[in-house]
Each structure stands twice: as C-alpha cells, then as structure tokens.
Design a binder for this molecule. Structure first.
Ligand SMILES: *Cc1c(COP(=O)(O)O)cnc(C)c1O
Length: 381
C-alpha cells in the first residue's frame, strides 16, 4: 500500500458499530468492566484510550516498528524515554538540536546524573561513544542549521558487537515518515513532535515515540502510564485528522520551499540559504541516499542584524512565531526564540547568530510567500 493511503487507512481496527468512517473522540476517562477480572481492552484513559490507540496504530503503520505511544507534547515524549536511563549513563547527542531538547538534557537530565557529549558528525559520534554510553540521540536534518547525518552509518556505530547495541533515537519531526523512515535505517526509537507536520494545522500539541522492538515498547508504555503525560482523546483526533493529508501536504510544502529557497538565493541582502533540497547543500548526496524528499524548512542568513529584525517586523502573510510544519508559514528568530536558552558560546559555535532566520514554508501559494518576503526585505532602510 502506498504511504499516502496508509495516512488515511493505517489503522483498520474499528472501535464502534455505527460504520463511522472517521474514528470517534472517545471522551471517557474510564471504561466499565463486563465482570470481575474482565476488561474490554480499555480500563482508564491514562493507560489507553481508543482514539489515542487509533493514532498510535496509524503512526506505527507509517514509521514501521512494533508500537507507537502518543504524548501530550514532543517534550513529554523525550522526557519519557529519558526515564530509561540511570545516574552514570552517558548519551551522545547531535550537536545542533531543537533548543527545548538541549534545555531538557542540560537542565534536567544532567541534574539526574546523566552525562552528555555533543557531536557534529559521524567521526565525532564514533569518538565520543564510551563504555558508559547508553544511547545516541540525533536530529536529522538538524534544527536550525539543516545538517544531515547518515542514519544507517550512525546505526552501525551503535551496534557495538554482534549482540550488544546501544539505542539509536532519531528525531524525525522535520521530514516525517513521508520522506524518511529511520527505523528501516537501523534506529531503535523514532521521535516526533506531532505538533508540527503530523498535526499540520498549528492547532494542537502532541508527541510520539515509535519503537522498533516490542520489549522496549512495553518498558516505555509502563513509564508513560506511570508518569501520565498521555495525549488527550480530542488532540489524538486532531492529529489523526492531520495525518490523513500528510502526504499531500509534504509534497506541497517541499515544492514551495524549493521555489522560495531558489528565490532567496537571488536576493543580495540574503547571504546564505540552508535548504537540504539545494544541490549545493553539503549533505545533498546523503539526503538523497536516505530520504525521498527534502521537506519544507529553510534557514537563511541576512547581511546584518537590522535586516533580520526588519524582516521579522514587516512580514504580513508570514507570521513571526515559533513552531513549524503547519498550513501557515512561520518565521522564527532562533537567537531569541527556539534557541534562546543555549549558552552564547554554544549558539555561536552552531552558527545561531543575530543574522539567522528560520522559515517554515506553509501551504500558501509560493508567489504570495515570495511577495511577502520581497516587501519585507524591501522595507529595510
Ligand atoms: C518542536 C520540536 C520538538 C518539541 O516538541 P513540542 O511538541 O513542542 O514539545 C522536538 N523536536 C523538534 C525537532 C521540534 O521541532
């Protein structure tokens, strides 16, 4: 079955007898038992809810693997897999990460006795793995600098011996299973901020973990049920609804992003454009080898801070706001928004400076997005 069909029919389990083609929102915190020691399969919605289960089955069908667990946000999903680790454990993470992930690692996980090393490329990941390393966590492409890591090559590094493997966790928020399926490349856990492309309409928060092996999925489900950050039935419904059009949206986000990236390249106030779909992107070949598309995220630098601020203050159609992956185009200032909590030297080393902007290309017509950027750039004194 094609992935675009799986988006719509990925969960064929029926939860009611009315013939409803769209899964109902089961707004029930608890479920009555038919008898003592018996269950309908549902007991209490923190443990599982039919609408949430429908979403989880759909995402498993898209990413592959044994099971998916849905959470209230992407950060709640990350917090849950961090509970797999104990004081003294070490994690190697990709250098350029979503700012909130870095904040969780540095402000919460470190306090709990977990140590981190950050690596910019394959070579560094290999050098930083020690006998205490329990996991490698990567984001590819990275946020906001759009570096791409070879997932299969990282997976090889995590296979220490034939029988001993450390976990490889991949944040697949930017490309989604439409373009990239990390489990098929050797990852153990795939993470999504469902808030972004999966939901796709800038109207709901969600997080998802898809797990390759059943045993690990069960451990994570135990932690999820115990800590309680589950996704609500209503938000599960919104993400299911979003996913139905995911394939169509991703194609369009990408087509428009390529047009916008090419136009940005022609502007003399724009210094550098980071879009993985441009052939001169340093990781273009790796992208083509492991992903079937390039997505809708572009970062770019302008010639000075004044230009950056002026673009942010003058865009009209495009909104100056955090987040990404929705119908509305959003422009972000990583320095003051998503990556504000990074120490200054870390930020500068990553290239996150006052001239860097990140654009989530929405589903408006390419010409309208370009016209808006044009008038915003033109308004720079
Ligand atoms: C937004 C985001 C997260 C965090 O997800 P929330 O749903 O905002 O908690 C994690 N990783 C990436 C790449 C993101 O863009």
């Amino acid at each position: 079955m094609d992935i675009s069909t799986i988006c719509i029919h990925g969960c064929e389990k029926k939860y009611d007898a009315t013939g409803a083609v769209s899964v109902p929102i089961f707004a029930s915190s608890t479920f009555a038992h038919p008898g003592v020691g018996q269950s309908t399969g549902f007991d209490y919605s923190r443990s599982q809810n039919p609408t949430k289960e429908h979403l989880e089955h759909t995402v498993t069908a898209l990413e592959g693997g044994a099971e998916t667990i849905a959470f209230s946000t992407g950060m709640a999903a990350i917090s849950v897999f961090m509970e797999l680790f104990s004081p003294g454990d070490h994690i190697v993470a990709s250098y350029d990460l979503y700012g909130g992930t870095f904040r969780l690692f540095s402000h919460i996980s470190e306090k709990n006795g977990i140590t981190f090393s950050y690596a910019a490329n394959l070579q560094e990941i290999s050098e930083k793995i020690t006998s205490a390393t329990k996991a490698v966590f990567i984001e590819t492409p990275t946020n906001p600098m759009m570096n791409v890591l070879d997932i299969a090559a990282v997976a090889q590094l995590t296979q220490l011996t034939q029988s001993k493997k450390i976990l490889l966790i991949v944040d697949n928020t930017f490309l989604t299973p439409i373009f990239q399926r990390p489990l098929s490349l050797g990852a153990d856990i795939v993470l999504h901020s469902g808030t972004k492309y999966l939901g796709g309409h800038n109207d709901a928060l969600a997080g998802l973990l898809t797990v390759k092996e059943k045993d690990l999925a069960e451990r994570l489900r135990f932690i999820s049920n115990t800590t309680g950050g589950c996704l609500s039935p209503f938000d599960s419904f919104l993400i299911i609804r979003g996913i139905k059009t995911l394939a169509v949206r991703m194609e369009r986000h990408q087509e428009t992003a390529l047009a916008v990236a090419r136009w940005l390249l022609t502007q003399n106030k724009i210094k550098k454009v980071y879009y993985i779909g441009l052939q001169d992107h340093p990781d273009y070949a790796v992208s083509c080898s492991q992903a079937s598309g390039f997505g809708g995220m572009i970062s770019f630098t302008v010639n000075d801070e004044l230009t950056a601020v002026s673009i942010l203050e003058n865009v009209k159609l495009i909104k100056y706001a955090e987040s990404l992956g929705g119908t509305e185009s959003l422009i972000t200032y990583p320095l003051l928004q998503t990556h504000a909590d990074l120490p200054q030297e870390e930020r500068e080393a990553r290239g996150i400076n006052a001239c860097l902007l990140r654009l989530s290309v929405g589903l408006e017509a390419a010409d309208d997005i370009i016209q808006d950027l044009k008038q915003a750039i033109g308004s720079v004194k």
